[in-house]
Design a protein around this ligand. Structure first.
Ligand code: SF4
Length: 348
């Protein structure tokens, strides 16, 4: 008996960009240090100003260019509030970017530019300069659209500013990237999911979801010790961020990060928070499970589900926490891992 595909679902879309050449300038342009932020240990770069970051990048970029097989490169200015760095540093970075663009062109490659910044730091003259230099993507550290969460987290802007900033980025001709945190002070699972839905309505080019961690020495660590804050558990992150991830997949919006990248110094310096080597893949596994569950719920019968073999390592999650849930949906032998499109699930 031959099976006919009944349903094809898209999963885990990718942002069609080049290989990233990151330039971290910790805290550059930041008006204050946010209560959860430990950029210097998070980026593994320690203290570094724009001049030292650019000087290092001048040495590294030609090597990167030579080794990069992709015709598209994405130079990313991360680590602070790039649109608010002082005038000299801004000029230094843009001049460096423009030089690198010429260098890339000479090698037959295209260099794109992106930066991260805060919603309250989108100055028109800076946006214009970024546009003229060839930047096309701005990632906003939104964190939350909820006024009480923003206020308790001392972000320094309100919900309206966060929403307006998304429109400003897009109206200025940039692709919009957004970063949301899960587990900030006063942020329940419901509030995070509301944040995620609101973010998706802005139609961003990409999203990042980060579980909120508690680095030592931060305001958040003090709040926690005073009993005013409790970090989310791994399980809360898996279920809640997994749900938000499935929502993004449903709308075809790439989520380009699910956890802070492992960094020895940062991890050593953590006081608390949801952190485990398998957390990101467990979040993915949960989003995949939800997508499958919701897809087959409305179908009269399901004979088999075909997934790309690349899901093999994480399908049931750490310690098979999803195995029983899958078994309640469909006999496990009817889930077939094969060479298939990694961005699709096929249901027969
Ligand atoms: S604005 Fe961003 S980089 Fe700057 S302190 Fe706050 S979280 Fe950290």
């Amino acid at each position: 008996m031959s099976c006919q595909t009944v349903l094809t679902k898209s999963v885990n879309p990718k942002l069609p960009r080049g290989k990233i050449f990151p330039l971290f300038i910790p805290f550059a342009g930041c008006p204050h240090t946010c209560i959860f932020c430990a950029q210097e240990s998070q980026t593994g770069r320690g203290k570094m100003n724009a001049a030292t970051a650019v000087a290092q990048a001048k040495k590294d970029f030609p090597i990167f260019l030579e080794q990069c097989r992709s015709g598209l490169i994405d130079m990313a200015f991360y680590g602070g509030t790039f649109t608010a760095v002082n005038e000299d540093d801004f000029r230094l970075c843009l001049d460096f970017f423009k030089d690198c663009r010429k260098l890339a062109e000479q090698c037959g490659k295209t260099l794109l530019g992106r930066c991260s910044t805060r919603p309250d730091s989108l100055y028109p003259n800076r946006l214009e300069k970024l546009k003229n230099a060839g930047f096309d993507l701005i990632e906003l550290g939104i964190q939350s659209f909820d006024g009480s969460v923003l206020s308790k987290s001392a972000r320094g802007y309100d919900a309206e500013t966060a929403e307006t900033a998304c429109r400003t980025v897009q109206d200025s001709g940039f692709l919009l990237g957004m970063q949301l945190m899960a587990g900030l002070p006063l942020q329940t699972e419901e509030i995070f999911l509301k944040d995620a839905r609101k973010a998706l309505l802005q139609n961003p080019a990409c999203l990042r979801y980060y579980p909120c961690l508690v680095p030592e020495g931060t305001g958040l660590a003090s709040l926690m010790r005073r009993g005013e804050y409790a970090p989310w558990s791994n399980e809360m992150c898996i279920k809640t961020i997994g749900t938000a991830l499935a929502l993004a997949w449903e709308r075809g919006i790439p989520v380009i990060r699910l956890c802070v990248a492992p960094e020895q110094e940062f991890d050593k310096n953590l006081a608390a928070g949801p952190r485990s080597p398998g957390l990101g893949s467990d979040i993915m596994a949960y989003a995949l499970f939800l997508t499958i569950k919701q897809s087959i719920a409305a179908m009269p019968s399901v004979q088999k589900i075909v997934l790309d073999a690349s899901w093999q390592g994480c399908l049931f999650g750490t310690k098979n926490f999803l195995k029983e849930e899958y078994a309640a949906l469909i006999p496990l032998r009817n889930i077939v891992l094969a060479k298939a499109n990694p961005f699709e699930i096929r249901i027969f």
